[in-house]
Design a protein around this ligand. Structure first.
Ligand SMILES: *[C@@H]1O[C@H](CO)[C@@H](O)[C@H](O)[C@H]1NC(C)=O
Ligand SMILES: *[C@@H]1O[C@H](CO)[C@@H](O)[C@H](O)[C@H]1NC(C)=O
Ligand SMILES: *[C@@H]1O[C@H](CO)[C@@H](O)[C@H](O)[C@H]1NC(C)=O
Ligand SMILES: *[C@@H]1O[C@H](CO)[C@@H](O)[C@H](O)[C@H]1NC(C)=O
Ligand SMILES: *[C@@H]1O[C@H](CO)[C@@H](O)[C@H](O)[C@H]1NC(C)=O
Ligand SMILES: *[C@@H]1O[C@H](CO)[C@@H](O)[C@H](O)[C@H]1NC(C)=O
Ligand SMILES: *[C@@H]1O[C@H](CO)[C@@H](O)[C@H](O)[C@H]1NC(C)=O
Ligand SMILES: *[C@@H]1O[C@H](CO)[C@@H](O)[C@H](O)[C@H]1NC(C)=O
Ligand SMILES: *[C@@H]1O[C@H](CO)[C@@H](O)[C@H](O)[C@H]1NC(C)=O
Ligand SMILES: *[C@@H]1O[C@H](CO)[C@@H](O)[C@H](O)[C@H]1NC(C)=O
Ligand SMILES: *[C@@H]1O[C@H](CO)[C@@H](O)[C@H](O)[C@H]1NC(C)=O
Length: 482
């Protein structure tokens, strides 16, 4: 078979035993119960109310009985005039560390009888569009929905935002948000400087009970049960997972899918049609027999007829293989066949597949700091002034425009007639890429800051406000530049 050119860029890694010391503590990070007003403990882990992480939206109680606590309240965001707006949770994080971000949703009819179906809206992390939230199907079945991704913290804070879009018909909402620190070796074949991973599916094959999560999974990833019309093998062999960079829970090795004879095993996995994109795929294997006694189990694996790996030897010590960048579209078929020298049928224990997202970038930090200082000196800043100011480009903060060059800078500030009160922070002088400022017809008070550092400023409108004191002499020059 000829090898398509894109295979050249793939890297496969075989894992054997490395020693990583594993702590048995729950994953560090935040468990946020959106809309809640007090802490709740579930299975000995504490969920925090969300007020310390967000300044917009309102808390609502669901009237559906018998919901688990994190789903019984939501934070709901106003859909005003169908404007595209984002509403962000911001948390302090360790710069450079990798986080598992999980959002969960249960609508419960919170937008009233006129909107029996859940709203469809977007999710954003920092400056990157993550994915659309459409919980319609799950809600119809009475289920909750969750979305998971892995992002690296690019600064000391990270924001996770809910955003309305053209298809959003009623107020977007969120039930819970988790931001959990991941070990350094997890998914480390991905270049997190430029990419993030958005989970498509994570399954424990042949497992038929409840989802596997913490404490079985040290990082509280969810491994869903998955069965197909093929034979299931139960195993008492649980290899030491410390050898696998992604540190899967050992429980995934307790069941496997296999075939009765040496015939190939075909999986329609992941069980959904994929958009045209590039994916990260990790597959996990461990022979349930004692390899020393029973001889070798050697596999060839194809994905949609394209060779993924040949002669993978699966022993009781376990193996994992990764494709770091694999293009896929539509339905996916994974075929495992026995190599000629194998005396056992193919077998597979678990799989993970992520969509690889290219990061959208971030606004220049100096501008972010200056705008946040301005925000805190305004008494009623615009509702969507949170998260990244410029990015994603179609979710820029109300009243600003940006320039996307080597650095992403704020170039104009137009808050005309927005009913703003409070004062104008002197930090505006740090927005050194500004060419125009329109703040007319508000109720701003206090002194006008020294703006002489804004060398590119060509237009300045401060009329119809309640500024007091002298017009700084530095302004004389700017006004004459017009
Ligand atoms: C939600 O329920 C809590 C506790 O039952 C109550 O304190 C709170 O006021 C309720 N919130 C709303 C918005 O009704
Ligand atoms: C949301 O999902 C439902 C059910 O799958 C589908 O009918 C609907 O078109 C989707 N909505 C949007 C805006 O994509
Ligand atoms: C913003 O851009 C993203 C990605 O390009 C797109 O999926 C999303 O629908 C856009 N949102 C709006 C409101 O145009
Ligand atoms: C991933 O982590 C493992 C275990 O710590 C390490 O041996 C390996 O070199 C790392 N790989 C990359 C690409 O950083
Ligand atoms: C499973 O497959 C066998 C043979 O391929 C078929 O006879 C049987 O009906 C299938 N069972 C289900 C539940 O699909
Ligand atoms: C679940 O799997 C176990 C073995 O893994 C099997 O004994 C049991 O019958 C299965 N239960 C169902 C409901 O399929
Ligand atoms: C899928 O995306 C790739 C890269 O963007 C593109 O080259 C290819 O033509 C796309 N395939 C289809 C069927 O749209
Ligand atoms: C500033 O914003 C106001 C109100 O949104 C708008 O009417 C005006 O045209 C804007 N001015 C500029 C220069 O963009
Ligand atoms: C001034 O702003 C208010 C809203 O705060 C608006 O109602 C009014 O029309 C504006 N006046 C002018 C002259 O634009
Ligand atoms: C402007 O930024 C510098 C650092 O870049 C900082 O030291 C200074 O305090 C800032 N000025 C204001 C008024 O915020
Ligand atoms: C305004 O700030 C500049 C430096 O950016 C400084 O040189 C100047 O003296 C200041 N003017 C006043 C009136 O404080």
């Amino acid at each position: 078979m000829s090898t398509p050119s894109f295979l050249l860029s793939l890297s496969f890694l075989f894992l054997s035993f490395l020693s990583i010391s594993l702590s048995q503590q729950p994953p560090k990070g935040y468990l946020i119960d959106c809309g809640a007003t007090s802490k709740t403990a579930i299975d000995d882990r504490e969920w925090l109310p969300d007020e310390d992480f967000i300044s917009t939206g309102s808390s609502k109680n669901l009237t559906v009985p018998r919901l688990i606590p994190t789903f019984s309240t939501v934070r709901s965001f106003p859909l005003q005039n169908n404007l595209r707006r984002k509403f962000c949770y911001t948390a302090r994080v360790y710069k450079g560390a990798r986080y598992l971000i999980r959002t969960a949703y249960y609508y419960g009819g919170v937008n009233g009888v006129n909107f029996p179906s859940p709203p469809v809206f977007d999710q954003i992390v920092d400056g990157t569009f993550w994915r659309v939230v459409n919980t319609t199907e799950d809600y119809r079945k009475g289920s909750t929905s969750s979305y998971e991704a892995v992002f690296e913290a690019k600064g000391t804070t990270m924001s996770v935002c809910i955003a309305s879009n053209t298809y959003t018909e009623s107020d977007p909402f969120i039930s819970s948000l988790e931001m959990l620190l991941l070990g350094d070796s997890l998914y480390n074949t991905t270049n997190f400087d430029s990419y993030a991973l958005s989970l498509v599916a994570r399954h424990s094959f042949g497992h038929n009970r409840s989802v596997i999560s913490y404490p079985d999974d040290l990082f509280d990833r969810y491994w869903e049960p998955y069965a197909e019309n093929v034979s299931v093998i139960a195993s008492n062999n649980t290899p030491s997972v410390s050898g696998f960079w992604n540190i899967p829970p050992s429980k995934i090795f307790e069941s496997a899918l296999s075939t009765d004879q040496l015939e190939p095993l075909e999986l329609r996995w992941p069980p959904l049609s994929l958009p045209n994109s590039t994916y990260y795929i990790a597959l996990y294997f461990a022979d349930h027999r004692d390899s020393m006694l029973s001889g070798s189990r050697v596999l060839h694996i194809h994905i949609n007829e394209v060779r993924y790996i040949s002669n993978l030897e699966v022993t009781s010590a376990g193996a994992a293989v990764f494709a770091t960048r694999w293009p896929l579209e539509g339905q996916t078929k994974i075929t495992l066949s026995s190599a000629a020298n194998s005396n056992a049928s193919p077998l597979i224990n678990a799989g993970e597949i992520f969509d690889i997202l290219r990061l959208g970038g971030r606004t220049h930090t100096r501008d972010v700091i200056a705008l946040n200082a301005m925000k805190s000196s305004l008494r009623n800043p615009p509702l969507d002034w949170n998260g990244d100011p410029c990015l994603p480009l179609n979710y820029t903060w109300t009243g600003i425009t940006c320039f996307e060059g080597e650095r992403i800078r704020v170039v104009t500030l137009n808050l005309t007639s927005m009913g703003l009160s409070g004062s104008l922070s002197s930090s505006i002088a740090n927005l050194t890429a500004l060419t125009g400022i329109w703040l007319g017809n508000n109720s701003l008070s206090g002194t006008i800051p020294n703006l002489s550092s804004l060398r590119l400023l060509e237009v300045l409108h401060l009329e119809d406000n309640q500024f007091n004191g002298d017009i700084p002499s530095s302004l004389g020059e700017i006004l004459t530049k017009q």
